[in-house]
Write a protein that binds this ligand. Sequence first.
Ligand code: NAD
Length: 471
Amino acid sequence: MQRLDRQYVNGKIVPSHGTDTYVVSSAITGEQIAEGVLGDAQDANDAVAAAKAALPVWSALPLEQRRAYLDRLADAFLGRRDEMVANLVEEFGTSLMAATFIVNQSADWFRDARDLVTEETFTHKLGPATVHKVPAGVAVLITPWNGASWFIAMKASLALAAGCTVVIKPSERGMFQAQPVLDAIADADLPPGVINVVFGKGDPVGNTLTAHPDVAKISLTGSTATGKVIARNAVDTMKRVTLELGGKSPMIILDDADTAHAVGFAIGVGMFNNSQACIAGTRILIPRSREDEFKTALAAAVQSLPIGDPRDEGTVIGPVLDHDQYERVQSYILTGIEEGGVVLAGGLGHPDGFERGNYVRPTLIATTNDKRIAQEEIFGPVLAVITYDNDDDAVTIANDSTYGLHAYVATADPARGAALARRLQVGRVMVNNMVDSREVPFGGFKQSGLGREFGAYGLEAYLETQAIFAA
Ligand code: NAD
């Protein structure tokens, strides 16, 4: 059995100091594929010490050299692309197409960040002062399991571009995906201590990192519950925090929408990554005037989704991450039924022919917005369908959520969709299309998070602002 016991600290691959183990399993077969060895508080402290020692040199490096290192990271990520895709599909269960997209984009983040590293980004004159943007310090980057390479690259590229040194803590539930990422980071061979990778659970590794007095900045992508723990850990030393948390995003189909387009859009944004995505459109709001038509069309679309081995080209729905995730999804389907919801497609249990592994039946449940399956994040292919009376009602329902990450609108009239979008309490709204954009700010309102990532907005989160008045 393969042992995953490597950490990357101070420019070297080192064995984990901790001894706790973790069962790493295949989403496809459900069987154990490796034994993970988790780090402990000493690993976390060693990584912070290395990042602290590397900070003075890295933050003062000529920008041209910082850009060159970001290019090296992009190349190194591309060099490990095939392994990253294979491990992601095996452990996470997402389709080959989605995994390829996630991994290719991981390298792009470093190129984007490189282009932000210019003199103008960091210094400008304002009235009687010169305003400087200076690196916040040692940054701890904590990532989830739904695409390790993507989240690590997105956060690390901007932190490094800002001049911070970093300690990355990937999710213990994504250790297998993160192995080639660790190798790519080692391949890039940055000065020792500039990037460190420590595997481990929230306790003790996460807590040690997020309460550490030498850490200035934390960026988490994870659940809202974890975000609250981290914000509490951070406050004693007033660390800067960026929190990208959960979502329960509405997909509003307006009454003028074309049926085929709206249904394709809704299923696409609802089901990608087997719905294990913070931005998944998991509440589908349909107009009462066309209720039966949309329910029928949505159910037919869900029933016809190709379920299969995620390594096969035609597969859209694969297994969810692990057995815990399978059980979590089952319990939500049961809750939806017990709450009085009507199952329009799918339901409890495995899909026929997929009894092995963590396959879940893609499911559509008609319900109302006050029910748990409409309010809580499920993180599996279960979509709630909710009927509304008019546009005002749709906006009220969409905003009736503790979350506020993302929303989608389908309409024949983009201007009407854009006007409605302005009334939604969410960080991003996509009207009629899923747009791939890495320079536009990303982040949530309410309990979906704090701060913004991506592009110049994301870079800002790793910088302090200093004004100097010199006569
Ligand atoms: P999680 O909160 O369980 O774990 C996220 C990370 O936080 C992991 O690395 C975990 O080990 C770490 N962690 C847990 N406790 C910690 C602590 N006390 N201190 C420091 N670190 C700690 O989330 P997950 O299950 O890995 O990911 C799924 C969640 O992430 C969902 O809620 C999803 O919506 C959210 N997510 C959000 C976005 C976004 O951009 N908003 C993107 C993807 C996923």
